[in-house]
Ligand binder design. Structure first.
Ligand code: NDP
Length: 318
């Protein structure tokens, strides 16, 4: 009856806001894959989650062993029900590190948490989607991973995987970067986001027709308030949201960003595969636009979705 959704990183930010929107519809059962179950339980209680429709499950993305364990637990939990949605949302952002931090598997942390583990998770969950009549896999990208945009191309460093020499060599200690060049924390984050977007395009090309799964990536807007920026310096954390709001117009609140990812998972129009979903221009413009046209997404949630400003950015040439 209820569609089964797996989201990584539901204990804060976008993952949490998206989960709230999904639960409001009463059409989904959400498995929240989190590294800290205690935190998740507290957050779920604060938010008043209906625990009949929400199952927290442990997943530490900095460990492949943990991914395998999570997959086993998920298999048991789902029984013979298919998984209908997977949102690869969890991430860390470590732009100010001067040296790479390594995971237990010997990969640079941002690479394993944001990308490698989600790649593994996706490959394990795809077969569990068999039998779903509306299976979707969505990865969180970013304009910072797209050098066509001001946010991605105008701000140093630029995401660039070059010839993937580092990845070919295993991207393991002491090789921190997929391009094989020296570690740069900000670039590492952008590279992982670019890799997620490219992976979705590739999965679409190779597996959409044979599996029916819709693969997409999404840029939710700049959610300058989330803890993602926790590793930035305090002055930055204070000024960044203000800067984004008043100067660039690229700021979205957590609720609205959650509404966007919710749409990509929920809206029938987002069953399309091979798409990079984004919101064109400043969300202020988008929001006014959508309000003028009465543009609310139908169904539950409805926190001013801004659907009208959604655009498809077909990246197939990338
Ligand atoms: P948050 O930091 O609020 O949320 C990240 C989530 O990932 C948290 O729930 C966190 O868990 C979880 N997480 C971090 N490390 C691990 C790990 N090792 N294992 C398991 N889970 C982990 O960030 P946002 O909500 O802002 O970001 C969500 C997604 O949106 C990311 O993919 C990000 O790249 C993307 N994005 C964000 C933008 C923004 O402006 N914020 C812009 C563009 C894209 P915990 O609660 O325990 O910390």
């Amino acid at each position: 009856d209820k569609k089964l959704v797996v989201i990584t990183g539901t204990s804060s930010g976008l993952g949490l806001a998206t989960t709230k929107a999904l639960l409001r519809t009463e059409k989904y059962h959400v498995v929240g894959a989190v590294r800290n179950l205690d935190k998740m339980r507290v957050v779920a209680e604060e938010e008043g989650f209906n625990m009949e429709h929400f199952t927290p499950m442990h997943l530490e993305l900095a460990s492949f062993a943990s991914v395998h364990k999570f997959v086993e637990e998920l298999e048991q939990f789902r029984g013979d029900r298919p998984i209908d949605r997977l949102a690869c949302n969890a991430a860390v952002y470590q732009p100010t590190l001067n040296y790479p931090k390594w995971t237990e598997d010997g990969h640079e942390q941002q690479h394993q948490i944001n990308y490698f583990s989600h790649f593994l998770l996706t490959s394990k969950i795809m077969p569990m989607m068999q039998g779903s009549d509306d299976a979707r896999i969505c990865m969180l990208g970013s304009v910072t991973g797209n050098d066509n945009t001001v946010g991605g191309g105008g701000v140093y460093p630029i995401a660039d995987l070059k010839e993937l020499d580092g990845l070919e060599l295993g991207c393991k200690k002491p090789i921190a970067m997929m391009d094989g060049y020296n570690f740069n924390g900000a670039k590492a984050y952008k590279d992982t986001k670019l890799a997620c977007m490219m992976t979705c395009n590739m999965l679409h090309e190779r597996f959409h027709r044979s599996t029916g799964i819709a693969f997409s990536s999404v840029y939710p807007g700049c959610i300058a308030e989330t803890p993602l920026f926790r590793e930035k310096r305090p002055w930055f954390r204070q000024l960044f949201p203000i800067f984004m709001k008043y100067v660039t117009g690229g700021f979205v609140g957590e609720e609205e960003a959650g509404q966007r990812l919710f749409q990509v998972l929920h809206d029938p129009r987002c069953r399309k595969s091979g798409v990079y979903w984004g919101w064109n221009g400043g969300p202020r413009e988008g929001r006014e636009d959508s309000l003028e046209k009465g543009g609310q997404i139908s169904g539950a949630g409805g926190a001013g979705g801004g659907w009208d400003s959604i655009f498809e950015n077909d990246q197939s040439d990338k």
